[in-house]
Design a binder for this molecule. Sequence first.
Ligand code: GAL
Length: 678
Amino acid sequence: MLGFPIDHGVPFVAAFVAATLWAAATAAVFFEPFNVSYDHRAIIIGGNRRMLISAGIHYPRATPDMWPGLIAKSKEGGADVIQTYVFWNGHEPVRGQQYNFQGRYDLVKFAKFIGSQGLFLHLRIGPYVCAEWNFGGFPVWLRDIPGIIFRTKNKPFEDEMQRFVKKIVDLMKQEMLFSWQGGPIILLQIENEYGNIEGHFGQGGKDYVKWAADMALSLGAGVPWVMCRQTDAPETIIDSCNAFYCDGFRPNSYSKPALWTEDWNGWFASWGGRVPHRPVQDNAFAVARFFQRGGSYHNYYMFFGGTNFGRTAGGPLQTTSYDYDAPIDEYGLLTQPKWGHLKDLHAAIKLCEPALVAVDDGPQYVKLGPMQEAHIYASEFVDTSKSVSENVSICSAFLANINEQKTVTVNIFGGTYTLPPWSVSILPNCIHTAFNTAKVTSQTSIKTIKSASPSYSNATKHGHVVPYNENTLFSNKWGTFQEPIGTWGNNSFTAQGIFEHLNVTKDISDYLWYSTRLNITEEDLAFWEKEDILPILTINKTRDMVQVFVNGRLSASKVGNWIPVEQPIHLVEGSNDLVLLSETVGLQNYGAFLEKDGAGFRGEMKLSGFKNGDVNLSNFLWTYQVGLMGEHTEIYSPENQENVDWKDLEFDSVSSSFTWYKQQISSNSQSDSPIFQV
Ligand code: GAL
């Protein structure tokens, strides 16, 4: 899978706006320094309880030029907070030696843009993040540390985790980014949904939770820390909810507010899977119910999903697009009516904020019907049979109909209210309905994407796609370069046995070639002929993709997550080249014991169907070659494409299944005809 999403081009105006905003952003202090604390009801910002709407945006999933626009669109949509993970493997590609805080990984710049637009930041350091990000954010070098077990009580892991978390906290302090320094950071996060896997580690898991909490607090960040999905979070850390609905969530102590760190307003996509969609009516219902039942901080995971650039997508088999069906789409455009309807929802919730923060001991509850209920936030007890009288100075109410089929009319406050199925009406003054989650009145727009793809009038000549047509943007013939099958460079090596994929590649490439040679006798062939069978290549288990080449020809491609392979193959008398290409498509990003998961092949590899028993390929001499030649020589970059000899695409000449295609397109008049790879 050769997918290299290309950074979006920056039109001049956008670049100018970004530069101007950046000048503002670098002018440090964004707020009067303020303290952040919390009580059972809410996060307290500068002494005031707040109802907070947060927008999830992961900085490396956009280009820095997109950041100001994304933050502005989040703010306009009603967000008070931007939430992001911190991506360890992006920031520390080489252990302790090489750090990357540039370009898409310029976390400081991202944080400053947020502050400059007057928004807050919730920084989820992890440093395990899950996030459909390669290896859940762990650097692959972490698995090479002797004795390490990820995410449980052991010194090798704790030392590395602490070093990175401290580095980030120190960097944020140095850049004056915490609230008490006049910066935007109001909340942090340590670990991520550890509660889901804690059971695998017994006492070690429990001790690790305490260690992680103490370690985080020892760093003196001065703002509250969150652990999501962590019912045994210590008293000093706020446990929070991640789910599609969180209105029933209660933190593990009365002293903590109800926070919803991940509202899954869409979902990620996997290769070959469907493109997920969550209707905004349902999403708005979930959010309104959360605030109705006492929630106080809510984050959209994701408000902008973006793109998994380069090789950052997680696994198994997640796509390069991380659009997530989010209110802002992968390209930074509004998804309507999602964005608009949620904006209206946020405006209604904000009108209720004074009442929501005023109530200390929970809302007044009124059962309105078998599946209908009201929660009233008022300065004093309300007689709900009457219109809200003048002397109730502050009153907001949420009326919910959780019946999925029926519209219901309810009576309250001396009036009648019609509630559509599965909906919440928000009454900021306990009289008028400002918003109903099921009634979408915001703009609906349908995006049509005009692609630069050619017309396919000749598309299937001789079974090959012929992507050339003089009426299209493609002005040149397509160039092709056939990737050598197997060993191509002098950096290959030969050894006995099947080595684990990541131990060899160290994840510098998705690709690992395994080549061997076997001798077939006349008797073997005669035996197969007589029995009318073919020898069968058996691989105990493999992930994510394996391609089997016999004597230079593709004989099978298998895709899956630790699937067995049993593949009949054609061999000839004499010497036969057997080449396996093992490909990772995003390393596992979720689960316990990720350090052991690995990639490529597991268990035995053999050839069966011989007269005298199986041939054990696991004992053979194999030659290992990391990466593709085209990848190694970067033939996809404009500077290096001449490193190989490109041939014009001829209709009848595509004999290898492993071919690079090259075309030049002009994306707009100002650009320099970037290379477009397929
Ligand atoms: C959560 C996790 C996130 C992300 C999400 C699915 O469980 O915390 O990082 O993976 O699932 O998109």
